[in-house]
Design a binder for this molecule. Structure first.
Ligand code: SR1
Ligand code: MG
Length: 435
């Protein structure tokens, strides 16, 4: 409907928000009725922002406002409001590239760091559904379309060098959000850091092991360098299952405030990591035995399909229309050129798979030893059971990060995850875990 820079920043509480929305004719008409009758509820349960759901007689909207600090920690950790601008920019680009897979933006105000979006109802945060043991039949098709299209079309395979560099420049200012990732994912879990936490005392020795594991430190530092120095494509930047809203028939990717040009495997790795954590956490949640087996089978099947479908769609886009400046067609003419380029595409995907495996591992370890955990594990009340699930996930992650080359296919990843369900093997490795 509209976008503007007008006004000065202030945190909008319910009354201010009502007045602000009442002054926007399009939104006022959408909500319907008198502003005084609108219900306004703050529902944000993420780490950074305020999120309001506003409902009137005619309809509803979601309003997201960035706070000038990290909500999870408080005012002692300031964070630039400009992240709302980058989120708006990313949402707009993603809407062009992957129509129907992100929420529609109805209004944006840079000065207020505020974005109004369509209300996604009855969608829920996918992570909550996974904790409840729900399966999502549309997910593979939708998330792989989102990843393949947003990554391919913002890469050098699709863009001219000038367009690509303009894209990098447009998001380069989002470095404070990148720094959060650089610290919280690639550094802090591997050293003593004030904000780290884990399931103590069960994982104390594992945390100490991580801090002394130099092979792991080299591997995570290589990933960090790749994250910092490989602007391959416009990333969502925080593509976990808390950034995805679902119903059985629809998927929407939300919250791209960490967007920047980075290595593609960071996004694909995030999706796989969060599915793998849902798999390892499942045993700690109440489910009937049959349901548990079905859910866990579906999750691992989803892990496999997410990679294979993503790779297939990405390659199809590349084969159908590589208009970018990379791999100039004039260098790959005739049958010989076509054959050699196809071999190169396979090599490209193999390299992207290795990045995906490594980044997925980093994403798992940060959720178990770093500042920000996830409810997949956190809602397992029994700390001993939680520690067992987490230790299994960490063991897989350590192998994925340090022995990445031994994971040649996605079936190698799911096979290793399945094997780690053998508790005896785990106990030999970590005798301190509860029985
Ligand atoms: C301080 S922000 C912590 C985490 O929340 C976001 O969802 C990102 O994952 C970030 O790393
Ligand atoms: Mg988020």
């Amino acid at each position: 409907m509209s976008g503007d820079r007008a006004g000065h920043y202030r945190i909008l509480h319910e009354g201010d928000l009502r007045d602000y929305l009442a002054g926007l004719s399009g939104l006022r008409a959408l909500l319907g009725g008198e502003p005084a009758s609108w219900s306004i509820t703050e529902v944000g349960d993420g780490n950074l922002n305020l999120v309001f759901i506003v409902k009137g007689a005619g309809g509803g909207i979601a309003v997201k406002q960035a706070l000038p600090y990290v909500r999870l920690v408080g005012e002692s950790w300031p964070l630039p409001l400009s992240r709302a601008h980058y989120e708006y920019l990313a949402l707009s680009r993603q809407a062009q590239l992957a129509p129907g897979l992100v929420p529609a933006v109805l209004h944006h105000n840079d000065a207020l760091a505020l974005t109004v979006m369509e209300l996604l109802e009855p969608h829920i945060i996918m992570r909550k559904g996974l904790v409840a043991g729900k399966q999502y039949p549309r997910f593979v098709d939708d998330i792989t379309a989102f990843m393949a299209r947003t990554l391919f079309f913002t890469s050098d395979l699709a863009l001219s060098a000038a367009e690509k560099k303009e894209g990098i420049a447009a998001f380069a200012g989002n470095h404070a959000l990148c720094k959060i990732t650089e610290d919280l994912i690639f550094t802090d879990p591997y050293r003593i850091a004030e904000q780290n936490r884990w399931t103590a005392p069960y994982l104390d020795s594992l945390a100490a092991e991580l801090r002394n594991d130099m092979e792991l430190h080299v591997s995570v530092s290589r990933l960090k360098l790749k994250f910092m120095a490989s602007p391959e494509a416009l990333l969502h930047g925080d593509l976990h299952t808390g950034s995805i809203m679902v119903t059985e028939s629809e998927t929407r990717v939300i919250d791209p405030e960490f967007a920047f040009y980075g290595p593609m495997g960071f996004d694909s790795g995030a999706v796989l990591a969060n599915l793998l954590m849902a798999y390892f956490a499942s045993v700690g949640h109440e489910r009937a035995a049959g349901e548990r087996a079905a859910f866990e089978g579906w999750v691992l099947e989803t892990v496999e399909k997410v990679w294979t479908e993503f790779a297939r769609k990405f390659l199809d886009l590349w084969r159908a229309g590589a208009t970018g400046d990379a791999y100039p067609p004039s260098l790959f003419t005739g049958d010989k050129g076509a054959a050699r380029l196809e071999t190169e595409r396979q090599a490209y995907m193999q390299r992207l798979f290795a990045d995906t495996v490594g980044f997925a591992a980093a994403k798992i370890i940060r959720r178990i030893f770093g500042l920000a955990h996830n409810i997949d594990f956190e809602l397992i009340e029994d700390a001993g059971k939680r520690a067992v699930s987490e230790a299994r996930a960490v063991r897989l992650a350590r192998a994925m990060m340090v022995e990445t080359a031994t994971f040649r296919t996605i079936a190698d990843v799911t096979g290793a995850a399945r094997k780690l369900r053998d508790a005896r093997e785990l106990r030999e490795w970590m005798p301190d875990l509860p029985g």
